[in-house]
Write a protein that binds this ligand. Structure first.
Ligand code: ADP
Ligand code: ADP
Length: 230
C-alpha cells in the first residue's frame, strides 16, 4: 500500500546548485522514513519539494498514485503536516490557536478546535487546562517543540514531514521526544518523513533509513541492514 512515490526527482536552484538528483523512492503507508546525510546533501530540499515550497527541476511525486501537480494546494495543505527545527510558533497566538493553526485556516469552528487541541495536548501529557490559553513564550523549549509537532497533527494529515525537529534540544529532552513521537506514530499510524544528520536518532526512529550524499541516495535499508552493511 503505497503512500508516496518519488519518481526521479531533481532540483537545480536558479544559481546552478544541483541540490538533488535522481531521487527515486517508494514509501508505504504508515512507514517511518528517516532521510540522513551530511549538511548540504539535499535533505531539506527534498522535503520542500513534497511540500511544494519549491518546484522540482525534473521528475515528479505521486501521492496515493496521483501526480502531486494535479493536487490543489488546499488539498495538499490538508494532507501534509510540516515540522521544522525552529519551531515557528506564533508568539501572539495562544497554544490552542498555534496547535490548530491549519484548522483555523480551514475555518473549523472554535469549539471543535478547542476539543482537538485538548485531545492532542493529552496525547503528549500536557495538561490542557494549564496550557490551552497560554502563549509560547511561557513554555520551555521542549514544550514548544511538542506544540510544534501537535500543530503538524492537528488537521489529521496523512503525511508528516519533519526537518530536524529535535535538533535544538538537549540530549535528555531529545530522547524523551523521540520516544513520544514513536508512540504517537503507532497511535496515529501516519506516514512520516523525518530529516536528521544524527545516525543514532535515525537508528532509533526509522522503519527505513535513506542515506543521501551530494544530492543522491547512496543506500536504503532498515536500521538492522544499515548496521550490517555500513
Ligand atoms: P541539507 O538539508 O541536507 O542540509 P539542503 O537541501 O538544505 O541540504 O541543501 C542542498 C544544497 O542546495 C546545498 O548545497 C545548499 O547550499 C543548496 N541550497 C539550498 N537552498 C538553496 C537555495 N535557495 N539556493 C541555492 N542553493 C541552495
Ligand atoms: P503566510 O502566507 O503569511 O506566509 P502561511 O499560512 O504560509 O503564512 O504560514 C504561516 C505559518 O504557519 C508559518 O510559520 C508556517 O510554517 C505555518 N504553517 C503553514 N502551513 C502549515 C502546515 N500545513 N502545518 C503546520 N504549519 C504550517
Amino acid at each position: 500500500d503505497l503512500a508516496l512515490r518519488f519518481d526521479n526527482i531533481g532540483k537545480v536552484y536558479p544559481d546552478g546548485t544541483r541540490a538533488v538528483s535522481g531521487f527515486t523512492l517508494d514509501i508505504r503507508r504508515g512507514e517511518f522514513i528517516v532521510l540522513i546525510g551530511p549538511s548540504g546533501c539535499g535533505k531539506t530540499t527534498t522535503l520542500r519539494v513534497i511540500n511544494r515550497l519549491i518546484e522540482p527541476s525534473s521528475g515528479t511525486i505521486f501521492i496515493d498514485g496521483r501526480d502531486f501537480r494535479q493536487i490543489r494546494p488546499v488539498e495538499l495543505r490538508r494532507r501534509l503536516g510540516y515540522v521544522i527545527q525552529r519551531i515557528g510558533l506564533m508568539p501572539h497566538l495562544t497554544i490552542q490557536d498555534n496547535i490548530t493553526f491549519v484548522p483555523r485556516l480551514n475555518r473549523v469552528p472554535a469549539a471543535a478546535r478547542r476539543t482537538r487541541a485538548t485531545e492532542l495536548l493529552e496525547m503528549v501529557g500536557l495538561d490542557p487546562a494549564q496550557y490551552l490559553d497560554r502563549y509560547p513564550a511561557e513554555l520551555s523549549g521542549g514544550q514548544q517543540q511538542r506544540i510544534g509537532v501537535l500543530r503538524a497533527l492537528a488537521h489529521d494529515p496523512d503525511i508528516i514531514l519533519m526537518d530536524e525537529p529535535f535538533g535544538a534540544l538537549d540530549p535528555l529532552m531529545r530522547d524523551q521526544l523521540q520516544d513520544e513521537l514513536k508512540k504517537l506514530q503507532r497511535t496515529v499510524a501516519k506516514t512520516i518523513i523525518f530529516v536528521t544528520h544524527d545516525m543514532d536518532e535515525a537508528l532509533t526512529m526509522a522503519d527505513r533509513i535513506v542515506l543521501m550524499k551530494e544530492g543522491e541516495i547512496v543506500q536504503v535499508g532498515t536500521p538492522e541492514e544499515m548496521l550490517r552493511h555500513p
